[in-house]
Design a protein around this ligand. Structure first.
Ligand SMILES: [Fe+2]
Length: 141
């Protein structure tokens, strides 16, 4: 299975704080992949999963606050996607705590596809608004 997660400039919104958070999230997913490859359900995987929950929720809160400040019109819909992902991520961790294992391939592919899809399809929609507010710091490729 190839579940490696690597950042590419294609995912960049050009707003450094959000880009950094997205990079860290993808790094955590990749760390989960490495933990998966090493030696079964380990403390390491558990640590990464807990970080993932905290980081996911912190990132969404940050993003929603930013979108509120710039007046993103479809914030409600966007936040709803965040809510669903928060529950999913918590579910994954709870399952892991219960069973000390999880369907790694399924979980990893789900997380990776969700995040990449969300960045490219949903987060990119607020990019023009950040540009209008003079927040874009780098040129989009
Ligand atoms: Fe988002």
């Amino acid at each position: 299975m190839t579940a490696h997660v690597t950042w590419t400039d294609e995912y960049s919104l050009g707003y450094a704080p959000i880009d950094e958070q997205h990079k860290q999230l993808l790094n955590l997913l990749d760390a989960l992949y490495s933990a998966e490859k090493s030696d079964g359900p380990t403390t390491h995987a558990s640590n990464v999963l807990f970080k993932l929950v905290v980081f996911t929720e912190t990132h969404f809160a940050y993003e929603e606050m930013l979108l509120e400040l710039v007046g993103f019109r479809t914030l409600r819909k966007h936040s709803l996607y965040h809510e669903i992902m928060k529950s999913k991520t918590r579910e994954i961790v709870q399952d892991f705590r219960k069973n000390r294992s999880f369907d790694r391939e399924e979980v990893l592919l789900f997380l990776r596809d969700w995040w990449i899809n969300h960045i490219l399809k949903e987060d990119m929609q607020y990019r023009p608004l950040l540009a209008d507010h003079g927040l874009i710091t780098t040129r989009h490729a």
